[in-house]
Write a protein that binds this ligand. Structure first.
Ligand code: F6P
Length: 547
């Protein structure tokens, strides 16, 4: 494959960037009253407003040319039809199959998967019904009141984010808790709020080898044994979601209480699978199906819409425009919704674990940037922490604002303020404030000429800083499903255009490999050599643990 940066379409974008760089969006907004109409899209209850970007129609045309110069359309087909696009792990990435409605049967390595998906969902529904109907009893005969999800990474972020986001759709009085890190205070905090007799633990681990999750699971089992000195604890108080069924059985979980996931579902794409059990337990089967429906509708949009009207394609191209042609190394996700405050962490894993790579699909080192740093914080909190840098800092940080139309909070005016805050941040980033405006403002506040002339320099805001607005009419299961699928596909398009594999994550392995030696050096009698800094800190740590 030709080096990306040598492609005519890439070079044309480079030339165009030089033309467009000195132009200001503020002028375009004054000159182009139709800019919103021209640069926005609606899909069901979601609107993407991408008018506040440093683009003109020509920019988009060149970006679409770039997309067409790649194998994007073939890769989209390959994604949906189960080709082994995760070639370094020799497997497909079929998260779309988990929400597909077509009855077409998909096979992976000759194995039929549609039926497996349906069977597993039926099993999830049966578990949910049993718990909701208070027929699932703890070892001492009491119904379940607390659900604790024990998992990390993709086995944590999705259920944690989505149960928080859709709290208003809860259909049961179950209490939900999440344990992810191995820090015992995390587990401790949860154990303090639950009651052993009425708690069900879901051990979510695709591999069932993840140290953090397994350590927590064993500590929980010991805690339960101590609290409930009776038989059948594991059978009554544990469910596992895993692709390593035998490992979960060896842990003590009963086969019928194990829900499968499969190799072809990546951890960070697994909320649609049995990893979503906490969400189904919270919002019930009907709403869970709406969540899948929203994702399915976004899948259909992504697969079928021309690039010019394709939300994930446009978002991905804009990301490439800034990362590669304006050297923007970071991107902010800013949900103006407390319910979505866990979305940032979820999308950090989705994007950075997928596209934080340095070699192309053939394993050759690449010279261009890949994933930007994804960060953010819910609005309005971000305004009072890092937005200063977005407005006046030296870095260009494109932002996605996620705004919600109707919420239950509307009645008390908070929602109006929240929505207006998001819009005003996007507007401020776009238009900025000139020296003359700052000066005039200071003069109107009775500053002397001299003071105003000096202070105005500090108050200039350059503007011309890009942002997208993703507007959801309401935060519903369906719209949340669509929003997550939108980002999944955006990340996929970026990966295809940059010629990288977004579905593996070899980078996380080395730390896992080094950990046993360090742990052994900390706790064992014998030490194996590491490096002087690590050894010094181990010595210091050990000196604090002398009894
Ligand atoms: O550390 C990376 C990772 O492999 C993620 O990709 C994954 O979501 C997480 O660990 C948890 O893995 P598991 O579900 O196998 O416990």
């Amino acid at each position: 494959m030709t080096d990306l940066t040598k492609k005519p379409a890439w070079m044309a974008l480079k030339r165009h960037q030089i033309e467009i760089a000195p132009l200001h969006m503020r002028d375009w907004f004054l000159q182009e009253p139709d800019r919103f109409k021209q640069f926005s899209l609606q899909n069901d209850e979601m609107v993407l407003d991408y008018s506040r970007n440093r683009i003109q129609q020509k920019t988009l045309n060149l970006l679409f040319d770039f997309a067409r110069s790649s194998d994007l359309s073939e890769k989209i087909t390959a994604l949906f039809t189960g080709h082994s696009i995760n070639h370094t792990e020799k497997r497909p990435a079929l998260h779309t199959a988990l929400r597909a409605k077509d009855t077409a049967l998909l096979t992976v390595n000759g194995e039929e998967i549609t039926v497996k998906i349906q069977e597993t969902r039926a099993k999830m529904q049966a578990i949910v019904e049993k718990i909701h109907n208070k027929q699932w009893l703890g070892a001492t005969g009491k119904p379940i009141r607390h659900i604790v999800n024990v998992g990390i990474g993709g086995s944590h972020h999705g259920p944690y984010m989505a149960t928080h986001a859709l709290k208003e759709f809860a259909v049961s009085d179950l209490q939900f808790h999440f344990v992810s890190t191995v820090d015992h205070t995390h587990l401790q905090d949860v154990l303090e709020h639950i009651d052993a007799e009425t708690t069900l633990f879901i051990i979510s681990s695709k591999s069932f080898t993840t140290l953090e999750t397994l350590t927590n699971a064993h500590s929980i089992l010991n805690w339960l044994k101590h609290k409930l000195p009776c038989d059948g604890i594991a059978a009554h108080h544990f469910i596992a979601v895993t692709s390593a069924i035998e490992k979960a059985i060896n842990f003590g979980i009963q086969r019928e209480n194990i829900l499968p996931i499969w190799d072809w579902v990546g951890g960070r794409y697994s909320i649609w699978s049995a990893i979503g059990l906490p969400l189904m337990l919270m919002i019930g089967n009907k709403h869970f199906m709406e969540f899948l429906e929203g994702a399915y509708q976004m899948d259909s949009h992504f697969r079928d819409a021309p690039y010019e009207q394709n939300m994930p394609v446009i978002l991905a191209l804009l990301n490439i425009w800034y990362t590669h042609f304006f050297n923007a190394n970071a991107t902010a996700i800013i949900p103006y919704s407390h319910r979505l405050h866990r979305l940032v962490a979820y999308l950090q894993q989705a994007e950075m674990e997928s596209n934080g790579k340095s070699v192309n699909s053939s394993g050759h080192a690449i010279t261009y940037a890949t994933s930007p740093i994804v960060f953010g914080e819910e609005g309005c909190n971000g305004q009072h922490t890092y937005h200063q840098l977005l407005h006046q800092g030296k870095l260009l940080v494109p932002a996605d604002f996620i705004l919600i139309g109707n919420t239950n909070a509307h009645v008390n005016h908070h929602q109006d303020i929240l929505f207006a805050s998001g819009l005003s941040q996007a507007q401020a980033l776009m238009q900025g404030k000139t020296y003359q405006e700052a000066y005039a403002e200071l003069k109107s506040h009775d500053y002397s000429d001299e003071e105003a002339a000096t202070l105005a320099y500090h108050q200039v805001i350059p503007g011309n800083r890009p942002s997208n607005i993703l507007f959801l009419q309401r935060l519903t299961p369906k719209n949340l499903g669509a929003l997550i699928a939108l980002y999944e596909h955006k990340i996929f398009v970026q990966a295809v255009l940059l010629n990288i594999n977004p579905f593996d994550q070899w980078g996380v392995e080395l730390g896992k490999q080094l950990l046993p030696t360090i742990l052994n050096n900390l706790t064992g009698a014998q030490s194996q050599p590491t490096d002087c800094a690590t050894e010094s800190l181990i010595k210091l740590y050990k000196s604090l643990h002398v009894i």
